[in-house]
Structure formats: structure tokens, C-alpha cells
Design a protein around this ligand. Structure first.
Ligand code: ATP
Ligand code: MG
Length: 432
């Protein structure tokens, strides 16, 4: 009997996990520069937190939740996205309090769960890096946050991307547009997909987000929400566009874009990859403004703006654009021990090197010299230290610079007392 991982999940193995670390590290450093600090929320939440935020009629809540009743009969769900948990945490921990700088800027990263049909770039356990900014209604917050997402992709070395924006306006906009959309779609109701037929009156905006081919045909000619923006909503959107232009950030407006979550207001955006072979899953980042979500979950009136990046899709994009990922795990030293008598000493040497802050490894399998050198080569070790039984008796160790094949002996004492100097000495010779 052997087991397989659940459908739609992945094991991230060495070779691949370095790429994940590169993506995550890049995000951490960049977000720090923009003054976003990390929040880590639980992997599961009360069902209501997600249902209330994301919306009962969305695909996420109506079809994709990993929800269950725990042994205490509580209705909980694995989190399908990061914003609702962060908002819950923001309210519960009173992060709106006067001791916190406004806007309150935070980021998160980690696994999300949706029961979807697995495809390339679409998994059941997938990973997001997301950010949220609470407390600012300023369109500059929308633009700063979108600019940060674009900076992130630039720093990763991703180039073929496109920023697409739209506005969903405010409540007044939504009310007016809702009616216009129903008026337009109702005569075609019988031809719409089952989902869209049902949503037409519950939440007609959802029809615009339908992935059904036939629905898409109708949607293409639907009235534009931009024609229904209230004065205030229109001003906000105009300012966003002006600021993007001021920063020389190219963008497109897609008035049919609505996003798959109910909480959005005003600016929404997606960043798409145009790299070859991305297929249908080309949206690598998506987000927008949500000015009523904090209130909706019981907090004080607080505007918000955020986005989420799909890590798996970013990795597909990196591959598609053939970005070379810098190696993070170079080995400074490999210690070759020959003969069982050297077992303790090589352990001491490798630990001493590590204590000086260098990366080091050794053999544990009693392999012959040749095999050990091969391992050192494969690990791209800069130095190889060789300790045989004779050297051990004399208290010395041989060091070889792999790049130049240059060799020199040092006393074990020198290694223990001043490996940092030994390291510099050997590798300076390389530069001469
Ligand atoms: P889609 O339209 O592709 O289903 P979505 O609108 O459901 O996306 P969001 O909820 O906005 O996506 O999530 C933000 C990002 O997270 C997406 O742009 C994508 O990069 C990533 N993402 C969403 N769902 C998945 C998934 N099932 N597998 C992998 N990545 C995903
Ligand atoms: Mg989806």
C-alpha cells in the first residue's frame, strides 16, 4: 500500500523550494521598504468570517469551501483567501486603535484552499502573498499598492505583464448599475448558464465574472459600470488614473472586470502575464479597494485596499520568461574525512566552520575520497578541506580551492581559532 498526496496539492521539493524562497524573500524585503508588516492568521476560520466577507453567491463560498464541523460542532473552514482573515484579525486585535499608524499596512503569505478543478496554475491548496492597507481613502493608497505589486514582479525579473484596472464605484453606483445590468440580461435569462440564471437577481455582478463561454458572449456587450459611476466614484477613479500616469505606469481599463469576491468597491485591478504558455490562468495578482468590509465584519468604518498574488502562477511565469533564479545555497566548505579515526575531528571541523558563519558539510557515509570529492563538486563547494589519519596525527588539514585547484595546509588549531582568516587567505589567492 502506498499513498499519494490529495488531488490538487503539491509537494514542494528541494530544487523547487529554493525558487519559493526566492519569491518569498523578495516579497519580504520589498514590503519592508514600503512599510508593510506581517500578520499570520490561522489556516482555518469560522465559516461565517469567510461567508460574510467574500459573499454567499460567489464561487468561492457556494462551491469551493473546505468547510467542516469540528468535534465541538463548530462550523469552520480552511481559509480560501487572505483578506477576510486579516480583517477579522484587524478588528479582533483592535489594530484600528490610536497607537497604530494609519494607514495600517500589513502583508501575509501562506496556503489557501479552494475545492476547484485542478489545472495548470489552479490547485486546491495554493499559496498567496497578499497585502492590505487599512484606513486610507486616498487614491494614492490604491496607486502605491498597485505600484508595489508591479515593483515586486520587476524585482523578480518578470517583464511581460499588464496592469488592468476598473472601478466598481460606491453603493450608489452599484445600485444604479445593478438595475441596468438586470434590464440588459433579463431578456437573455433563458440562454444563460444555470449559475448565472440564479445569480441574475441575487447578484447580477457575478454574471460578469462567469467563466461560461455563452455567458461571456452576453457579457461582452453588457452596459459598462463606468457609465454609472457616481460623482464621487468617478472622481476617485480619475485620480487613480492620473496618479498611475504620473508614475509612468501603463494600464488598461476593462469595464467588464468585476473580480470574484463581493467585498470590492471603487478601484479593482489584475496583473496578467503575457508570457508564452501561461494558458487560461494568466492572472498572477488581483485586488482592489474594499471600503465596507471592516464594518461588515463588525469593526469601525474603515476603508481598505489590498491584493493577492498567486505564488504558483508566479513560478510558472518565471519559468515561461526563463528568469534565472540566483542560487541561495552555495557551499563555502566541504570537509573530506578519510578513515574512521577522523570521524570525530571532521565533525568538530565542520561545526567550527559553521560557527564562524560559513556554510559547510561533510561525509557521513564512510565513502572513499573520490566519492567525497564528487559530492563537494556537485554542491559547488568553494573550499574542500581534507583530513586523513596521518594529518590527524600531525594536527593539520589540507585545504583546496576548487576553482583554482590550489592547495595549502593549515593546523587544526588555525581552523578552530581563525577559520575566517584562513577562508579569506585561500580565496584572496584566487583573486591574485
Ligand atoms: P481565477 O479567476 O483565476 O479563479 P480568482 O478571481 O478566484 O482567480 P483571487 O481570489 O482574486 O482569484 O486570488 C488572487 C490570485 O490568487 C489569483 O490571481 C491567482 O493568481 C491566485 N489563485 C486564485 N485561485 C487559485 C488556485 N485555485 N490555484 C492557484 N492560484 C490561485
Ligand atoms: Mg477563482
Amino acid at each position: 500500500m502506498s499513498y499519494q498526496r490529495p488531488k490538487g496539492t503539491n509537494d514542494i521539493l528541494p530544487g523547487e523550494s529554493e525558487k519559493w524562497q526566492f519569491v518569498e524573500e523578495t516579497a519580504r524585503l520589498l514590503f519592508r521598504d514600503y512599510q508593510f508588516n506581517e500578520i499570520r492568521t490561522p489556516i482555518f476560520e469560522h465559516y461565517e468570517v469567510i461567508a460574510r466577507s467574500v459573499g454567499d453567491t460567489t464561487d468561492i463560498v457556494s462551491k469551493e469551501m473546505y468547510d467542516f464541523y469540528d468535534k465541538g460542532d463548530r462550523h469552520v473552514t480552511l481559509r480560501p483567501e487572505g483578506t477576510a482573515p486579516i480583517v477579522r484579525s484587524y478588528i479582533e486585535n483592535k489594530l484600528f486603535g490610536p497607537e497604530f499608524t494609519k494607514p495600517f499596512k500589513t502583508f501575509y503569505m501562506g496556503p489557501m484552499f479552494r475545492y476547484e478543478r485542478p489545472q495548470k496554475g489552479r490547485l486546491r491548496q495554493f499559496h498567496q502573498i497578499g497585502v492590505e492597507a487599512f484606513g486610507s481613502q486616498n487614491p494614492a493608497t490604491d496607486v502605491e499598492t498597485m505600484a508595489m505589486a508591479l515593483d515586486f514582479f520587476k524585482q523578480l525579473g518578470i517583464q511581460k505583464i499588464r496592469l488592468v484596472i476598473n472601478s466598481l464605484g460606491d453603493q450608489e453606483t452599484r445600485q444604479n448599475y445593478r438595475q441596468a445590468l438586470i434590464d440588459y440580461l433579463a431578456p437573455h435569462a433563458e440562454e444563460l448558464s444555470e449559475d448565472s440564471k440564479r445569480r441574475l437577481h441575487e447578484n447580477p455582478l457575478r454574471v460578469l465574472d462567469s467563466k461560461d463561454k455563452k455567458d461571456k458572449q452576453f457579457v461582452a456587450d453588457a452596459p459598462s459600470i463606468l457609465d454609472y459611476l457616481s460623482e464621487e466614484a468617478s472622481r476617485h477613479f480619475e485620480e487613480v488614473k492620473a496618479m498611475l500616469t504620473a508614475l509612468d505606469i501603463p494600464f488598461e481599463v476593462d469595464s467588464n472586470m468585476v473580480r470574484g469576491l463581493d467585498y470590492y468597491t471603487h478601484t479593482i485591478f489584475e496583473i496578467m502575464s503575457d508570457a508564452p504558455g501561461m494558458g487560461a490562468q494568466s492572472t498572477i495578482c488581483a485586488g482592489g479597494r474594499y471600503d465596507h468590509l471592516v464594518e461588515e465584519l463588525g469593526g469601525p468604518e474603515t476603508p481598505g485596499f489590498g491584493f493577492a498574488i498567486g505564488i504558483e502562477r508566479v513560478l510558472i511565469t518565471l519559468e515561461a520568461e526563463e528568469v534565472v533564479i540566483p542560487a541561495l545555497n552555495e557551499l563555502d566548505a566541504y570537509v573530506v574525512g578519510l578513515g574512521e579515526a577522523t570521524n570525530i575531528e571532521t565533525l568538530k571541523v565542520v561545526q567550527a566552520i559553521r560557527n564562524f558563519g560559513f556554510s559547510a558539510d561533510r561525509d557521513f557515509m564512510n565513502r572513499k575520497a573520490k566519492a567525497q570529492f564528487k559530492t563537494a563538486d556537485k554542491a559547488n563547494a568553494k573550499l574542500v578541506l581534507t583530513l586523513g589519519e596521518d594529518e590527524l596525527k600531525q594536527g593539520i588539514i589540507n585545504i583546496k580551492v576548487m576553482a583554482t585547484r590550489e592547495e595549502k595546509s593549515f593546523t587544526l588549531e588555525e581552523i578552530y581559532q581563525q577559520f575566517d582568516e584562513v577562508y579569506d587567505e585561500m580565496l584572496t589567492e584566487l583573486l591574485d
